[in-house]
Design a binder for this molecule. Sequence first.
Ligand code: DAK
Length: 263
Amino acid sequence: MEFITYEQDGFVGVITINRPKALNALNSQVLDELNETLDNVDLDTTRALILTGAGDKSFVAGADIGEMSTLTKAEGEAFGKKGNDVFRKLETFPLPVIAAVNGFALGGGCEISMSCDIRICSENAIFGQPEVGLGITPGFGGTQRLARLVGAGMAKQMIYTARNIKADEAYRIGLVNAVYPAEELMEQAKKMAGGIAANAPIAVRNCKKAINDGLQVDMDQAIVIEEKLFGDCFETEDQKAGMGNFLEKDKEKKLKVVPFQNK
Ligand code: DAK
């Protein structure tokens, strides 16, 4: 692959968008390669993913403006679908995905980070949805995911004004969970991913599905979704070992990683 690198570090997979000359802007090839990378993640040996950008300046500076500038309506739609399909694949991926935002996260960059489960960023990170300044609306789910994450009022302000915000403001409005010095960002992302990977994988996957699916429906339906996914954990090795360790009061054993069981 030319623009995506994938490294496996224990149970954690690190996906890097690697097009630093264009500040990791998303062109069709990047989207295709990202799609293929996700398809190739080994779900038996991986428990969490980290998504980041190459270099120390940019996470993703948006969709590729050069490529988009000449699109016809039909091509624009096809490009939008390609992006939306990959972003949705990330959002519904069976493993948790942490966005380690190491610089610019503009337009499609902000949007791809919002397709991840959790966002942490470096102190030099800049978030924004500048699309209205380019004569378009956010096209990779920005109007929907930003409003769900930070509330409609704040999302509308960011999108209508096209004003970028710095890391501390992104933290204040709840767009990111934590801000770290740039040199600590990946270490902290790996620490968080490792913490997730130490827990029962089927339970973690089911939690992701319960939260995501439950947010799309009313509370009565959401509780039914949770019940099903809760029930689904029983009779797994993870559930037997996790509860058995507690009941045996074996602290050492309790702290051990529960053996992975794929379903
Ligand atoms: N696309 C293509 N190239 C980009 C780019 C981008 N988004 N952002 C940066 N680059 C390239 C620059 O052209 C430059 O290339 P060279 O001239 O060196 O060849 C190189 O990266 C370095 O950029 P700068 O020289 O500009 O670096 P600075 O530090 O001066 O400025 C910057 C950094 C991030 C402030 C600036 O590059 C900038 O404003 N970039 C554009 C940011 C932006 O507006 N992003 C949002 C793009 S719109 C849709 C689906 C999705 C979308 C739309 C429709 N459909 C459903 C159809 C999404 C839209 C967007 O994301």
